[in-house]
Design a protein around this ligand. Structure first.
Ligand SMILES: CC(C)(COP(=O)(O)OP(=O)(O)OC[C@H]1O[C@@H](n2cnc3c(N)ncnc32)[C@H](O)[C@@H]1OP(=O)(O)O)[C@@H](O)C(=O)NCCC(=O)NCCS
Length: 170
């Protein structure tokens, strides 16, 4: 798994990763395109789901420092009548702009494919999330269009719909 100028390592999300999770989903700047920051209770719920064995949630380890730099994950998601895997990524501001998200995204797509249950990955970045849309494009995802969806619960928003058939992965 290579990132520009180094390697990216994914480690299954662990019990000690709550502070990292708070830095990711509790930070208003990080959640600008994702409906705003989550509160403590929501973050603890998310932590419980992520640390459960087989959750599909991974810590992204910064190759330079060995520190936890972010999260990537995959989970089952139906779209347009197809059962697939949704994939997601987030990298702390201090580690952004170095290709870590792109490398971690490629790695998580590989893990979703290797899981073997589904034939495609889906991603739903906000249309104005430049970096996230760039990652989808670079990995060979095809844009299916925009869709109005309720996310997070109680909030309607417009999202890009990207799909990657695993056989066509770059
Ligand atoms: C999206 C996010 C993960 C990107 O992290 P990152 O480590 O900075 O990403 P990378 O350095 O791997 O760059 C990814 C690509 O985006 C491009 N990019 C960065 N900022 C961009 C912008 N504002 N507009 C367009 N492209 C941009 C980079 O050039 C790179 O493209 P390339 O690989 O073709 O050169 C990070 O900004 C983040 O965690 N944001 C908050 C959470 C989030 O929105 N997650 C995605 C939910 S769908």
């Amino acid at each position: 798994m290579s990132a520009e100028g180094g390697e990216v390592r994914l480690v299954h999300w662990g019990a000690g990763d709550l502070p990292l999770l708070s830095g990711l989903v509790g930070d208003p700047a990080m959640m600008e395109h994702l409906g705003g920051p989550e509160g403590e209770e929501k973050i603890r719920d998310r932590q419980r789901r992520y640390e459960a064995p087989g959750s599909g949630a991974f810590k992204v380890v910064d190759p330079a420092s060995g520190e936890g730099a972010g999260w990537v994950g995959f989970w089952p998601r139906e779209w347009g009548g197809e059962e697939a895997f949704e994939v997601g990524w987030a990298i702390l501001p201090a580690f952004q702009g170095r290709g870590l998200a792109g490398a971690a995204a490629a790695a998580i797509v590989g893990l979703a494919e290797a899981d073997g249950r589904h034939d495609a990955a889906l991603a739903f970045p906000a249309p104005d999330n430049g970096a996230s849309n760039a990652i989808c494009r670079r990995l060979g995802f095809e844009v299916l269009g925009e869709a109005d969806m309720e996310y997070p619960p109680g909030r309607m928003g417009r999202w890009n719909v990207w799909r990657l058939a695993f056989g066509r992965r770059r």
